[in-house]
Design a binder for this molecule. Structure first.
Ligand code: TYD
Length: 204
C-alpha cells in the first residue's frame, strides 16, 4: 500500500491557519501532488452536525468530558472517512487542527487530563499521527484581534494564553514532528516561513 503525507496546521484562533493551509495546498498541487485539504471540527457530513453542537452558543453548559468526546467523535469519523483513505491512496493531506488542538484547548485550556485526552484520541484515530505539524504562533491579542474581537475579555485572554502555552509545550515535547512558525507579520511572509519549514523538514 502506498503511503501519503499527513500534515496538520495548529494554533490558537485567528493565527491564519486556513489561509496558510490553502497556500500549502497550492504549493503541493503545483509540485504535481494529489492534495486533500480538510479541517476539524466538521470535515465530514456527520462532523458538520457535531461542529454545530460544539459551537452552538446555546450549548454553553456542555460538560468538559462531553466536549472532549464530541471532538474525538468528529475526529474518528474524519480519520475513517477522509484522512486514512486519502493517505492509503498516497495523497498529501493538509488538515487544519487535529489531536494537538484537543490537548491544547481542552487539556491546557480547560484543565482536563492530557493523558485521558491522549487515550481517547488514540482510540478515535487508531493511533494515526501526522508526519509533520506546523504550529502557527502569535500573541493572543494579535490573533484574536483578527477574528473580530476588538474588546477581548480578560478571562478569555488568559484562557488563550494557556492554550498557546499548551501548543508551545506540545511542540517542545515533539520536536521531530512539530515546527513552530511565527504567524506575526504579512500573510506572504508567514507563507514563506511555512513553506521553508515544510520543505526543510521533508528534505531531512
Ligand atoms: P476552527 O474551525 O479551527 O476555528 P478558527 O478558524 O476560529 O480557528 O475551530 C473551532 C473551534 O474549535 C476553535 O475555537 C478551536 C476549537 N477546538 C477545540 O477546542 N478542540 C479541538 O480538538 C478542535 C479540533 C477544535
Amino acid at each position: 500500500m502506498e503511503e501519503g503525507l499527513f500534515i496538520t496546521l495548529e494554533g490558537i484562533d485567528g493565527v491564519g491557519k486556513s489561509t496558510q493551509a490553502q497556500l500549502l495546498v497550492e504549493y503541493f498541487t503545483e509540485k504535481g501532488c494529489d492534495v486533500v485539504h480538510t479541517f476539524e471540527p466538521g470535515g465530514t457530513k456527520l462532523g458538520q452536525s457535531i461542529r454545530r453542537m460544539l459551537l452552538d452558543p446555546e450549548n454553553q453548559q456542555l460538560a468538559p468530558v462531553t466536549e472532549i468526546l464530541l471532538y474525538a467523535a468528529d475526529r474518528a469519523q474524519h480519520v475513517a472517512e477522509v484522512i486514512q483513505p486519502a493517505l492509503a491512496q498516497g495523497k498529501v493531506v493538509v488538515c487544519e487542527r487535529y489531536i494537538d488542538s484537543s490537548v491544547a484547548y481542552q487539556g491546557y485550556g480547560l484543565g482536563l487530563s492530557v493523558d485521558m485526552i491522549a487515550a481517547v484520541n488514540k482510540l478515535a484515530t487508531d493511533g494515526l499521527e501526522p508526519n509533520l505539524t506546523i504550529c502557527l504562533d502569535a500573541e493572543p491579542e494579535t490573533a484574536l484581534a483578527r477574528v473580530g474581537g476588538d474588546r477581548i475579555e480578560k478571562r478569555a485572554l488568559s484562557y488563550y494564553e494557556r492554550v498557546r502555552a499548551g501548543f508551545l509545550s506540545i511542540a517542545a515535547q515533539n520536536p521531530q514532528r512539530v515546527i513552530v512558525v511565527s504567524a506575526e507579520g504579512l500573510e506572504t511572509e508567514v507563507a514563506q516561513r511555512v513553506q521553508r519549514s515544510v520543505v526543510g523538514r521533508l528534505a531531512q
